[in-house]
Design a binder for this molecule. Structure first.
Ligand SMILES: [Fe+2]
Ligand SMILES: [Fe+2]
Length: 172
């Protein structure tokens, strides 16, 4: 990831990143080997990297609102095992809960921020986004989820190999 992208996400998201909610997000496990907070940072950075490519094609994006939405898109997933009965319910409900959390956190949401957060699970959830910023975050979310699942599988494989070698040594 380009240093300028990470720097700009930190700068634009400064007030969100300093909140207690984001602190909690940094400690809740997500996609097996990452956290909700780390995932949200990756999604915001990936979305910004995509939007800068689009800028070179003369397609304008509201970077500030897109990044704020991306950083808050999964905050409604915090405490998922206490509030959602199963993964299916979590999948449908957490975008709505994220809107409520973000609305409180930011003291109101713009149309773009709300769209980014509420529709980030599309096409898994049926209602599509209305703004290009929300389509970019939806795409970035999927790219990051796939990356995280591959990374997690690689780590699990490495851990299993390490364990197997250790057991071989013990029985030798
Ligand atoms: Fe999500
Ligand atoms: Fe996500």
């Amino acid at each position: 990831m380009k240093e300028s992208v990470v720097r700009d996400v930190n700068k634009i998201g400064k007030t969100i990143l300093k909140t207690e909610s984001f602190d909690k997000a940094l400690s809740q496990i997500h996609h097996d080997k990452t956290t909700v907070g780390a995932h949200s940072m990756e999604v915001a950075c990936t979305a910004l990297a995509i939007s800068r490519r689009l800028k070179s094609l003369k397609i304008s994006v509201n970077e500030e609102q897109m990044i704020r939405g991306a950083l808050c898109h999964d905050l409604g997933i915090l405490g998922r095992y206490d509030k959602f009965a199963n993964n299916f319910v979590c999948c449908y409900r957490h975008p709505k809960d994220s809107v409520v959390v973000a609305d409180k956190l930011l003291g109101g949401l713009t149309d773009i921020e709300k769209d980014v957060i509420a529709h980030h699970m599309w096409p898994v959830t049926p209602v599509p986004p209305h703004h290009r910023e929300a389509y970019i975050v939806t795409l970035a979310d999927k790219i990051c989820a796939v990356r995280e699942i591959i990374r997690s599988a690689e780590k699990n494989k490495a851990e299993m190999l390490k364990k197997a070698k250790h057991m071989q040594k013990e029985t030798a």
